[in-house]
Design a protein around this ligand. Structure first.
Ligand SMILES: [Ca+2]
Ligand SMILES: [Ca+2]
Length: 214
């Protein structure tokens, strides 16, 4: 089990204090009980040396454990940073892929409904793998829109992190109709969930896509 730096120093201070008390007590007993004070002092000095060596060993051990703990913590932090960078790059890659598509087809291409896929275009769908990251479920990446289970793109969905409810077709009204065919703004959430080195982790990228020049 790894010891955190704060715990290590607490043990170190406590151990030193107890040993100091014990040392004072032993010196007092030996000096009073001996018929030969000089011999008693020599034995006491020998005991002190042994005790000092013991203390030094304890300090060395605790210092090594502290350094090891810091090293492992640094390695975990590096791994976590690498995982986050991988996830962010993958999420940005998905959004960039969307931007390379015909704007009016993005929703149909990247939603979870294969029945509305445009003819003649390979639809990526709403799930994607992320190289180098172990998924928590079948795939690590998912794409979400403000839509219903039957693939209606809605303005009246409550997703505050994306600013919804929102007027998506630019008519100045927020209604409860399907805007999958006339949207001018397309909110999207790209989520990545993976099993990281220090446990389950997730990252979300929120974006509002708009047609260039509109
Ligand atoms: Ca589709
Ligand atoms: Ca509207």
């Amino acid at each position: 089990m790894l010891t955190r730096p704060g715990q290590v120093w607490l043990v170190f201070i406590s151990s030193s204090y107890q040993m100091s008390l014990q040392n004072s007590f032993l010196r007092s007993v030996r000096t009073r009980g001996s018929r030969h004070p000089e011999a008693a002092i020599q034995r006491s000095d020998a005991g002190l040396t042994l005790l000092e060596v013991t203390i030094a060993f304890v300090i060395l051990t605790l210092s090594t454990l502290t350094a090891l703990g810091l090293m492992v913590g640094s390695m975990c932090l590096d791994a976590t940073n690498r995982e986050t960078a991988q996830a962010m790059a993958a999420a940005r890659g998905v959004v960039e892929g969307m931007q390379g598509q015909e704007f009016s087809q993005i929703f149909a291409l990247y939603n979870g409904n294969p029945n509305d896929d445009p003819v003649g275009v390979a639809a990526p769908g709403c799930a994607f793998a992320v190289g180098g990251l172990a998924p928590q479920q079948q795939v690590a990446g998912t794409i979400r829109f403000p839509d219903t289970p039957n693939s209606e793109l809605r303005e009246d969905v409550y997703i505050p992190e994306l600013g919804l409810p929102m007027d998506l077709n630019g008519d100045g009204i927020i209604d409860g109709l399907d805007h999958s065919q006339d949207y001018k703004i397309l909110p999207v959430i790209v989520e990545i969930q993976w099993v990281g080195k220090v446990g389950d982790r997730e990252l979300s990228l929120h974006a509002l896509l708009m047609e260039t020049g509109s």
